[in-house]
Design a protein around this ligand. Structure first.
Ligand code: ADP
Ligand code: MG
Length: 212
């Protein structure tokens, strides 16, 4: 068994079986570095270029921690754009295929509020969305984060470039203090360092160097 086999991890057997079905035979470098820490409950800052498999790194972490029978929003994933949020939700649903009845909801700007509010009333385990729209739902009281255990900032550098800092701050303010926070980014500008210091608890930083 190689060090990069998913089976070296303390992952739920249903998740391991599904990875096999999906043809994910071994961990990518960023997964091999971050997943043991994520599964250990640590706050992690992971830096790696596009296509390095960051979604499955946090996706497997959050799915492994999910209490499926507890139909509450336990995970919030923030993404810069609707397109990226849709991609992340799709990958999470794919990774969750072997676990029955996991509800992943996307909440993005540029979409009408009505159906989103209806979906929120029905409930979800995981919400993936853009910071502006998530903040709006929190303000309206149509979304609450009381049961969130995992908060993920995906493509944090792009979210900051797009001016989402204040929305992110407002969201963090309303998230439970006791949580795991994971931050993924392709680059690591100073602004990320200060966000990380403010919102993360003793984060461990992993970095996979670009080969280019
Ligand atoms: P990133 O977020 O780092 O840009 P993605 O999470 O979108 O990268 O992953 C890129 C692609 O690699 C996706 O199509 C995903 O399904 C695939 N992938 C991720 N992890 C693995 C793996 N361990 N084995 C095979 N394919 C993988
Ligand atoms: Mg990504």
């Amino acid at each position: 068994m190689s060090q990069t086999d998913f089976s070296t991890l303390a992952l739920h057997p249903d998740l391991l079986k599904n990875l096999e079905t999906l043809g994910y035979s071994s961990m990518t470098p960023i997964q091999a570095q971050s997943l043991p820490l994520i599964l250990d409950g640590k706050d992690v800052i992971a830096q790696g270029k596009t296509g390095s498999g960051k979604t499955a790194a946090f996706g497997l972490g959050l799915l492994n921690a999910l209490e499926v029978k507890r139909f509450r929003i336990q995970t919030l994933v923030l993404c810069p754009t609707r397109e990226l949020a849709d991609q992340v939700a799709k990958e999470i649903r794919k990774l969750a295929r072997s676990i029955h009845n996991i509800k992943v909801l996307t909440l993005c700007g540029g979409m009408p509020f009505g159906p989103q509010i209806g979906s929120l009333e029905h409930g979800a385990h995981i919400v993936v969305g853009t910071p502006g729209r998530i903040e709006e739902h929190l303000r309206k009281g149509t979304l609450r984060l009381d049961n969130v255990k995992n908060l993920i900032l995906d493509e944090a550098d792009r979210m900051l470039e797009m001016g989402f800092q204040s929305a992110i701050d407002a969201i963090i303010e309303l998230a439970p203090k006791q949580r795991q926070t994971l931050l993924f980014s392709a680059t690591f500008p100073e602004q990320i360092e200060s966000i990380a210091n403010n919102i993360m608890h003793q984060p461990v930083r992993v970095e996979v160097a670009s080969t280019h």
